[in-house]
Write a protein that binds this ligand. Structure first.
Ligand SMILES: Cc1ncc(COP(=O)(O)O)c(C=O)c1O
Length: 411
């Protein structure tokens, strides 16, 4: 049984140039259901005040909704405590907080991969530069999978932090996270999972995966833009250095003998400096609740059915090469591909958009190393069609029809 939620997404009613839209760019940014928009509107209309600081009625309502949302998100992730979920601006910020603030010994080694989004690699590359640490890069295979021996060799007793993308935004391949966590923990290393692509599409139980940190893009999971989450085990969050300091992070700031002496709050306030995006957090809670009400297993099944149909059709065209393997069972609902008869990926995306309102992504998807590793210059790039709970078979068929027309026109 396929999901039938299109009525929840008002934008799907839009008609452009007499045609409906076919949105296949959810791996970049998902559409928003009215349940999320209404929850955020309620904040702006009913209690648009500051949570946490003001004790008046509106402030109290904002604080309550803000913290209730955190609890909803903790349930979505099965975090042990709501305090383990920090509101951030996006997954990039979540990754940066961990990379910059985890305390590491002077001779620590970091491990990352060629398949990381730049947001999952660069914060760790910069941390290594800052503290003169070694960083080893595990290479992904062309289909986006890994050789487990490479992980076993890379993670040694000096390794203290591993950054790994749980599901790739280029190949859609799901990493064997439990095995990687087991190797890392055996050798005394922490694991930062980049769940930006995994959390919106699969059931994610952070305790079951036993990850130490997880970065989540709320805007890719039906939530508002400008919102993300950092999950971290509470003791580890408590142990980290501050990232941003200032208002709302302090229990007290004393003034003694001409000195300003801060006493910081524990997580989550420790990492939520300044006035927060209350509407965003409330929307994030509503998004988590919305997805959970549909069931993450159902969403995963729905997307994989669409992906199987798309991959099957793409493989029947000689001019198309799928980039990143075709094993549906270990994939999130997206497919990246190259078209031999068209010069750049941007040309493909422009044709699909202009001819059929089919919206796909083009470029190197912020994963240049994996493109270079496989001989594809980012200026040529690849295309990516990504599916989500509101897409249907008609969307896949329109996409395939547009691809056939493009190939006929360019051959
Ligand atoms: C795998 C992956 N990691 C990290 C990010 C960065 O996410 P955000 O835009 O929330 O910072 C993205 C965004 O596309 C992604 O796909």
């Amino acid at each position: 049984m396929m999901l039938n939620v299109r009525d929840d997404f008002p934008v799907l009613k839009r008609i452009i140039n007499d045609k409906p839209i076919v949105y296949l760019d959810s791996a970049c940014m998902s559409l928003k259901p009215r349940q999320v928009v209404e929850a955020m509107n309620e904040y702006y209309v009913q209690y648009p005040a500051c949570g946490g600081r003001s004790i008046h009625r509106l402030g109290e309502e904002a604080s309550h909704a803000y913290e209730a949302s955190r609890e909803k998100f903790a349930r979505f992730l099965n975090a042990a405590e709501p305090e383990e979920c920090i509101w951030t601006r996006n997954a990039t910020e979540s990754l940066n907080i961990v990379a910059a603030s985890v305390r590491l010994p002077k001779d620590a080694k970091l491990v990352t991969t060629t398949l990381e989004h730049h947001s999952g690699s660069l914060p760790f590359v910069e941390r290594a530069k800052r503290d003169n640490l070694e960083i080893e890069v595990v290479e992904a295979k062309p289909d986006g999978t890994f050789d487990m021996d490479d992980w076993k060799n890379a993670i040694d007793s000096r390794t203290k932090l591993v950054s790994v993308v749980h599901s790739s935004n280029v190949t859609g391949t799901v990493a064997p996270l439990k095995e990687i966590v087991e190797i890392a923990h055996d050798r005394g290393a922490l694991v930062m999972a980049d769940d930006a692509q995994y959390a919106p599409h699969h059931p994610l139980d952070v305790q079951d995966f036993d990850v130490d940190f997880s970065a989540i893009s709320v805007h890719k999971m039906c939530g508002p833009s400008g919102m993300g989450v950092l999950y971290g085990k509470l003791d580890l969050l408590k142990d980290m250095d501050m990232f941003l300091v200032g208002g709302d992070t302090v229990a007290d700031v004393r003034y003694e003998n001409g000195q300003i002496i801060p006493e910081y709050l524990p997580p989550p306030e420790k990492f939520e400096a300044g006035l927060q995006n209350y509407a965003g957090a409330i929307g994030a809670g509503a998004a988590a609740e919305y997805l959970q009400s549909l069931g993450m297993h159902e969403i995963e099944k729905h997307e994989r059915a669409l992906l199987a149909r798309a991959i099957n059709e793409l493989q029947s065209m000689d001019e198309i090469t799928i980039f990143g393997g075709d094993n549906i069972d270990i994939k999130t609902g997206l497919v990246a591909f190259l078209v031999s008869t068209v010069e750049t990926a941007h040309d493909v995306a422009t044709f699909l958009n202009d001819s059929h309102n089919v919206m796909v992504r083009s470029g190197a998807h912020c994963v240049h190393p994996f493109h270079y590793q496989h001989g594809i210059p980012p200026s040529k790039g690849t295309n990516r069609a990504s599916f989500y709970l509101y897409n249907n078979q008609h969307d896949v068929d329109t996409f395939i029809q547009a691809m056939r027309e493009l190939i006929a026109a360019s051959s």
